[in-house]
Design a protein around this ligand. Structure first.
Ligand code: NDP
Ligand code: OXD
Length: 342
């Protein structure tokens, strides 16, 4: 590991020295200014991105979106940024999301029509999410919180068994992340099916689509996992009506976005026990406020938006490439359809 870091930094330094020297002497060195903003991020995170991006393109210079220098930026790398700043970036040619979700960029329609939006699509994040969903499912089927409670009181006793042999799992959203989760669960022997907007064919796995497919999954499954993007069509999709269609004692897992859920309707369903367990990673307001009622509801489990975090180490290469494509006027991979919202 140590050698990796020494090698990594040495290689950046070599690239930097070589490129700056070469470009200055022969063709003149031009910096690629990128406006950077990641809500609540430490300065170490920006530095980490800076170094990882320079490994692929030494000309990239990250500057704070809030700085005057950002006004020279041709691209912006953003996570939950104050989007009003965009109008001051007169040279802007493209926006890149520092995550797989882009709702934080598309909200309020502040992105000019001609500016493309690009997102990260990282197989490492899909795997990380798959692990988190598996952990959440098992924590429910194996009653992990019940056993932790017993351990605290030194109770050595089998608890009433949850039917963990035949739960039927619904995955809402089977895109870059959801389809990995779906296949991993299937390969582990779970009875799982998926839902998307357009029709999909995945070998051996039942894939539903459209409104009828949605209602069918709500009614027939007992573990419901939301991995949808937040768009105008998916906002508030889990509400009083849709929770009531789920089987009694269902488990609801959300790693999509907080706004997929009408929180008071989820709370009510958890209070009555219709939803026996909710495992949440995302909320309407993040961080979840200290006085939020979810903290007090025992059958709601709280995670702080960490199910699949963006990893500079695995994502830097594609971001450097997106910056390059945008600056050269080419279409980068993983462009978002702004009309669909994902
Ligand atoms: P993709 O865009 O690759 O996939 C989205 C999926 O949702 C597709 O299957 C799409 O259908 C489906 N979908 C979209 N709209 C609808 C609709 N109206 N009805 C039915 N299905 C719909 O997204 P990703 O898999 O990359 O990411 C999904 C989301 O996960 C992100 O937007 C983000 O909110 C969340 N996320 C959360 C993280 C966390 O740590 N909690 C980490 C990373 C992402 P179709 O295939 O037909 O287009
Ligand atoms: C993402 C996220 O969208 O972390 O990447 O939620």
């Amino acid at each position: 590991m140590k050698f990796f870091f020494i090698g990594f930094h040495a290689s950046i330094i070599t690239k930097l020295i070589f490129n700056v020297h070469y470009n200055e002497r022969v063709i003149g060195f031009t910096m690629t200014i990128v406006a950077f903003y990641s809500q609540n991020a430490s300065s170490e995170l920006q530095q980490d991105w800076q170094e990882r991006l320079n490994f692929y393109d030494p000309s990239i210079k990250l500057v704070s979106l809030l700085s005057k220098e950002a006004e020279k930026a041709t691209t912006a790398l953003l996570w939950k940024a104050p989007l009003e700043r965009i109008k001051y970036l007169k040279k802007l040619k493209g926006l890149i999301s520092l995550g797989q979700g882009v709702d934080h960029i598309l909200k309020n329609d502040l992105v000019p029509e001609n500016i493309p939006v690009v997102r990260i699509v990282d197989p490492f994040m899909a795997k990380t999410m798959s692990h988190w969903v598996l952990l959440s499912i098992l924590s429910y089927t194996r009653d992990i919180y019940g056993y932790y409670g017993q351990e605290k009181s030194k109770i050595y006793k089998a608890r009433k068994e949850i039917d963990f042999l035949s739960p039927k799992i619904a995955i809402y959203g089977i895109g870059e992340i959801g389809n990995v989760v779906l296949k991993d669960l299937y390969n582990l022997g779970f009875n799982v099916e998926g839902w998307s907007r357009t029709k999909k064919n995945i070998q051996n796995i039942l894939c539903n689509h459209g409104h009828d497919g949605f209602v069918k999954m709500l009614k027939s499954c007992n573990i419901h996992v939301c991995l949808l993007p937040l768009t105008k069509s998916t906002n508030g999709i889990f509400n009083k009506e849709t929770f009531s269609l789920m089987k009694k004692n269902s488990c609801f897992i959300n790693a999509g976005r907080g706004d997929h859920v009408v929180e008071e309707d989820l709370l009510e369903s958890c209070k009555t026990g219709h939803i026996s367990n909710a495992i949440l990673d995302v909320y309407k307001q993040e961080p979840l406020p200290q006085n939020h009622i979810f903290w007090k509801q025992e059958n709601i489990r709280i995670w702080p938006h960490v199910a699949a975090e963006t990893n500079p180490q695995t994502a830097a290469k594609q971001i450097a490439n997106a910056i390059k494509c945008i600056n050269e006027g080419k279409s980068p991979p993983n462009m978002v359809d702004k009309k669909l919202g994902y």
